[in-house]
Write a protein that binds this ligand. Structure first.
Ligand code: NAD
Length: 283
């Protein structure tokens, strides 16, 4: 059994991007990301800080817009409009979830597709579906990179994704499909889940339930990618996979933390660099 080191793979990806940002800078092209955070959700704060840190490491200019909890839709949309038109900003992300009184769908739709580095705008989602996309869906793209690092071929394999969210499950399935896998998407209404997952050569779990994937659900020798991030009562982070018991059964497995998580930020940075290149007619 091999543990896939997401931290190291992410560091490698970020180093490649750092060199790319430096090369762009030599040509007089800067790369800028605007990060909007509304309210004081502690998890969102951690994510935003990590994104800012990654920008610093790579030489990407980051602008943070921290708005109060009672920000109105008009104020938020006005800020997005300003950033859509700001030349120095190549990518815009609005940290989700937003406070309940704000309309997430309208916010996603307001971000210019050319600056939508999270790839949540319907235009970018549609492009991902077609397979001709500008921006990577960050978490799924990170997972693909982890799978590729194992050296396991995706084409022709039975791949099962547990979870059908717009952020992880659905785009994950699309990326696997584009790589010629046979893909099954499981969700909360799936019957005989273990029967399906235990046929998977590559199993991706994106459920949000601690220790949900148990050994009986995993095929001997499978690649298991755990996207879940769950906080136990002890405060400890864990994934969706019962890591200790499942690991003996697979050929490769990701830990949590240190697996899929660090990859998401690296892919976000990759999208920001892509956005800058596109906006400067370098792609
Ligand atoms: P979500 O709540 O939107 O989706 C969960 C999915 O799990 C749903 O599609 C649902 O149908 C499915 N599900 C729920 N119960 C099930 C069951 N009993 N059997 C089969 N399927 C079931 O969550 P999400 O946004 O897709 O995130 C999933 C997990 O991944 C969360 O733990 C989240 O924190 C984590 N996540 C991690 C990253 C990262 O960077 N690593 C990024 C996004 C999300």
């Amino acid at each position: 059994m091999n543990i896939i080191d997401g931290k190291a793979i992410s560091a490698k990806a970020k180093e490649e991007l750092r060199l790319e940002v430096a090369a762009l800078s030599e040509k007089g092209v800067s790369v800028g990301l605007a990060v909007i955070i509304v309210g004081d959700d502690p998890a969102s704060r951690v994510y935003v800080n990590n994104k800012k840190k990654a920008c610093e490491l790579l030489g990407i200019i980051s602008e943070e817009y921290a708005l109060p909890n009672d920000t109105t839709m008009e104020e938020l949309l006005a800020l997005i409009d300003e950033l859509n038109n700001k030349k120095e900003i190549n990518g815009i992300l609005c940290q989700l979830p937003l406070p309940r009184h704000l309309d997430e769908k309208a916010v996603i739709n307001a971000i210019s597709p050319e600056k939508d580095v999270d790839a949540f705008h319907p235009v970018n989602v549609g492009k991902i579906m077609i397979g001709d996309f500008d921006f990577l869906p960050c978490t799924p793209a990170g997972v693909m990179r982890l799978i590729d690092e194992t050296g396991v071929e995706v084409e022709g394999k039975n791949c099962v994704v547990i979870g059908r969210s717009n952020i992880v499950g659905k785009p994950m399935s699309m990326l696997l499909l584009h790589r010629n896998a046979t893909v099954t998407i499981c969700h909360s209404k799936t019957r005989n889940l273990a029967e399906i997952t235990s046929k998977a050569d590559i199993l991706v779990a994106a459920v949000g339930r601690a220790n949900f994937v148990t050994p009986d659900m995993v095929k001997e020798g499978a690649v298991v990618i755990d996207v879940g991030i769950n906080r136990l009562e002890s405060g400890k982070l864990c994934g969706d996979v019962d890591f200790e018991n499942v690991k003996e059964k697979c050929s490769h497995i990701t830990p949590v933390p240190g697996g899929a998580g660090p990859m998401t930020i690296a892919m976000l940075m990759a999208n920001t660099v892509t956005a800058a290149k596109r906006q400067n007619n370098l792609l």
